[in-house]
Design a protein around this ligand. Sequence first.
Ligand SMILES: [Zn+2]
Length: 246
Amino acid sequence: MKFYDQIPSQYRKSVEEGFSKASNDILNVSKIYSSSLKGVCSTALKAIISDGRLIRPVSHYDFTENCIYMDESKSEEDYMRTFRHEYGHFIDYSLGKISEKPEFVKAFEDDAQLYDVSKDDGIKRLRNLQMEIADNIHAFASEYVTDIISALTRNDTAFIRKYTENATQTSPYDLFYYEKMEGAGMSGHTDLYWDDGPHMSRQKEAFADLFAIWTENNPIVQKFVCDHFPNLSGTFEKIIRTESKR
Ligand SMILES: [Zn+2]
């Protein structure tokens, strides 16, 4: 992949490994566009001083510059996991903001409808999702999966409360999950971001998360996503299959 050279050397091996299990379609699409990514930079370049403190933005893809900005204070594992998601944003823009196109928007709406808590069916399905994610440590620990839930449900408070309870219960057995979950609750985006963030932020984040999940290619997580977000996963796979043949 062309962008490997742009990754700081201390993270390169981890990112290469992070893409090594990706499906062929994902690899093809990633390769087609990898030479057009302008750069992988440190968020330190965008630091500003506010109230006498140095504030750095979080990792993100900047579409005006066509660069990925990465927080270089992170561990190799966290850097790689974040990079997969940011690369998904880059691919979304490279495909002409495909997350804003009717096909993907409809899939997003159809899956959001499944968990619409203004209806009895929606309440039931969301409760079921709650139980199943608590039973599936791979899906539970995937910030990509929980971010999709955060987007689809607009941070359903009951779901997040239950998730956080489960996180505190399971955490003492594993330091990694402990650090990741304790106090932080569920990984996702804030209400403020969903309401006042970038145009169609929920669809954009869902696309980047799906890209990251298909790049990681953990069959347990993928099955969970296909079972619970059938429209998004089916449409995403179809888009990537079509684009990989260009
Ligand atoms: Zn994102």
